[in-house]
Design a protein around this ligand. Structure first.
Ligand code: IVH
Length: 674
């Protein structure tokens, strides 16, 4: 990636790392997990390696203490832990078989097929039969020393019946253990893990091994590295690993040719949802280890193995009911309640149906059998109903005319898809606004999740965001610790996170207010433009929102929402109580916006598809947002352009049909650099 982008990212990483280590040392509350912290830190080091001039005195990498103690010791792998090339279809696999055939001069080479576990790889070093160290993959050359953590995993023998070997495998969290962990975290109002892989990584990469010990992890072994050539085949290796007492997957097959392999691939794909662990494909490996060695590796990948990835996981289930929910801004969203089903490692029991138009168009009915899809961390989607299986009594859903919460008549504004409840006093909206206020990208108050907000609201303990900050003071009377599901420890923790959330950057503050249409990107743009809370308050008080028009991407619709939000005296009062004015000091400390970013994508909606050379999809989206753009995962008439990476599929055809501009990754980078 170019210098400019890296420099921007370096600045951002430095700020983040400094903020988190301050949080950690001063408030004893890191705000992010060790694993997340380390990832940021590693990214920073990588940039500095490439551009040493960025390694200034103020860089977190140059400070001793703060960052160092949060790092793992490094271990250099005896043999680099390279990753596998991916295949996405049978053509890719044919090409792999052809290459092996050509290089080996053998018509049909035996292949071992193993599930590709979705976790993180680890290496275990045994000396004289004793486990002496263990590390993560790291960057493939240097990994992190996680010996103490690995020792807490059941099923990893401390001693084995072979002298000096390195055993490699995958650390995963079984789906059942993942669900139990998330349930426990939900009850404690802690952040949930998105999927078993993240949970496994977050649990293993902990500086305090006691945290790892409290999580249930499983290690699946798949290879042995030894200086002596003890084994002739991969099948022998797997057998030996089992005999040492290690866990090896039982979904393994030795295949004589490509069609046999394909059958096994298909068979496991059908079983995928029922397996105890997440897998994202099947690894094909040449069984003969000598031949493996002869085939060697290209610059990036071994030639003897390939990972045949599964398409996004799909599942079928039944729609038990369709309900309507009231959002923070009054939008009414239809939601399907589903017979629980596991998709992509997560139990799904509801899925959004977006809005009335969408629901009408797709005609999903109560009682329908539907096909769901979940790709990566994305919220599951209902793809379509299976019409052949539609029960005779299923009727189209009748959208309500009144609000399911306050029963006010619902309104559909011209040119808008959303059907809204416009009653400002609607309690469902008030609660949603409170949930938004404490959410991760707003005030980020740990320990105050949706459940707790509902609990406190229903009991009249908090009615507005202001009340959150007086909880500790009022607890003399409230005795929250005595309420069911709270306890002294969690209440103490909650007060601590409320106190440390009191310092908030201006953009997050604006976002937290929950003004319709003022999401993350717009809040950032406003904060960058106005710079200080004082200016923001002026803008609200003097109705000088003309100023806002000069921000790129903000038009009359957003300004109208801004105006009507503060026309409500109550909203204005809450603003001043939180942030203060010339007569009164506010409850929270609002820190000024950083220097403005160039808003080159302001007003534009960008869709990324395929995989990229320079960044992950998440990073690409973050980059686009950083430069003022909005991003979306689906193509619509609002899409300004599509950035197509490798293996971009359907979306490209869709964009072409709609005559939407398609640009390459390089073009996207150029746009930022110009
Ligand atoms: S063999 C030369 N076997 O997939 C690489 N890897 O993209 C040898 N993985 O880093 C790896 N299940 O984390 C191998 N049965 C399996 C695997 C597996 C999961 C992961 C592993 C590796 C990545 C390769």
């Amino acid at each position: 990636m170019s210098y400019l982008i890296k420099k921007e990212r370096h600045k951002e990483l430095s700020n983040l790392l400094n903020l988190h280590s301050k949080q950690y040392y001063i408030f004893d509350d890191p705000g992010i997990s060790d694993a997340e912290y380390d990832n940021l830190y590693k990214e920073l080091l990588k940039i500095e390696e490439e551009f040493p001039e960025l390694k200034s005195e103020t860089s977190p990498s140059q400070k001793i203490g703060a960052s160092v103690s949060r790092k793992f010791k490094k271990i250099t792998h005896s043999v680099p832990m390279i990753s596998l090339d991916n295949a996405y279809n049978e053509d890719d696999i044919s090409a792999f078989f052809d290459r092996v055939r050509k290089l080996s001069n053998i018509e049909n080479v035996d292949m071992v097929l193993e599930p590709k576990m979705d976790g993180l790889s680890a290496s275990l070093i045994y000396k004289d039969g004793v486990l002496v160290s263990a590390s993560t993959r790291g960057d493939g050359v240097i990994g992190e020393d996680v010996t103490a953590n690995i020792l807490t995993i059941d099923g990893i023998p401390k001693k084995i019946g072979i002298q000096d070997v390195e055993i490699r495998g995958e650390v995963v969290m079984l789906k059942s253990d993942f669900q139990a962990l998330n349930k426990q975290r939900e009850e404690a109002a802690e952040k949930l893990f998105a999927n078993p892989r993240n949970a496994a990584a977050g649990s293993l990469r902990q500086l305090d091994h006691r945290v790892t010990a409290s999580r249930k992890l499983t290690f699946f072994a798949y290879s042995i590295i030894s200086s002596k050539n003890i084994f002739k085949t991969q099948m022998e290796v797997l057998e030996a690993l089992r005999s040492y007492g290690l866990v090896v997957s039982d979904k393994i097959a030795l295949c004589k040719n490509q069609s046999e392999a394909f059958e096994f691939y298909k068979k496991i794909e059908r079983q995928r949802a029922e397996l105890e662990y997440d897998i994202d494909g099947i690894v094909y490996k040449v069984n003969d280890l000598l031949l493996q060695k002869q085939l060697g590796a290209s610059t990036k990948f071994p030639r003897h193995s390939i990972a045949y990835k599964f398409p996004a996981e799909k599942a079928q289930t039944t729609v038990l009911n369709i309900i309507t929910q009231v959002g923070r801004t009054g939008n009414i969203t239809p939601v399907a309640e589903l017979k629980p089903v596991t998709v992509g490692g997560v139990v799904v029991s509801r899925a959004t149906l977006h809005n009335k138009d969408e629901l009408d168009k797709r005609d999903i009915r109560i009682g329908d059998r539907v096909v769901l899809q979940r790709a990566g961390d994305v919220i599951p989607q209902i793809l379509y109903p299976i019409l052949e299986e539609r029960p005779a009594h299923a009727v189209p859903f009748v959208f309500p005319m009144t609000c399911p919460c306050c029963e006010a008549a619902l309104v559909k504004e011209e040119n808008e898809v959303a059907i809204k409840c416009i009653n400002l006093g609607c309690e469902a909206q008030l609660v949603e606004r409170l949930i938004h206020f404490v959410s991760k990208l707003a005030f980020n108050i740990d320990g105050l999740g949706e459940q707790n907000i509902r609990f406190l609201y229903e009991r009249g303990i908090i009615k507005s965001p202001v009340d959150i900050f007086s909880l500790e003071e009022r607890n003399g009377e409230l005795h929250l610790e005595d309420s069911e599901g709270w306890g002294t420890v969690s209440v103490k923790k909650l007060f601590k996170s409320i106190n440390s959330a009191k310092t908030v950057p201006l953009d997050r503050f604006i976002y937290s207010l929950g003004i319709p249409q003022i999401g993350r990107a717009v809040s950032k743009a406003i904060a960058n433009f106005l710079k200080t809370y004082g200016n923001f308050l002026e803008c609200v008080k003097n109705n000088s929102e003309e100023d806002l028009y000069s921000i790129q991407g903000i038009g009359s619709s957003i300004v109208n929402d801004f105006r009507s939000f503060f026309t409500n005296e109550n909203n204005k009062k809450i603003l001043i109580k939180l942030g203060g004015d010339e007569n009164s000091k506010g409850i929270v400390d609002i820190v000024n916006a950083e220097s403005a970013e160039r808003e080159i994508f302001s007003g534009q909606t960008i869709v990324f598809t395929g995989s990229f050379k320079n960044f992950s999809r998440e990073e690409a989206r973050a980059l686009a947002e950083k430069f003022g753009g909005r991003t979306s995962s689906s193509i619509s008439s609002k899409t300004s352009f599509v950035v197509a990476g490798e293996n971009a599929g359907q979306k490209i055809d869709q964009a072409r049909k709609m005559s939407i501009n398609i640009i390459s990754e390089d073009d996207f980078i150029k746009k930022i650099e110009n």
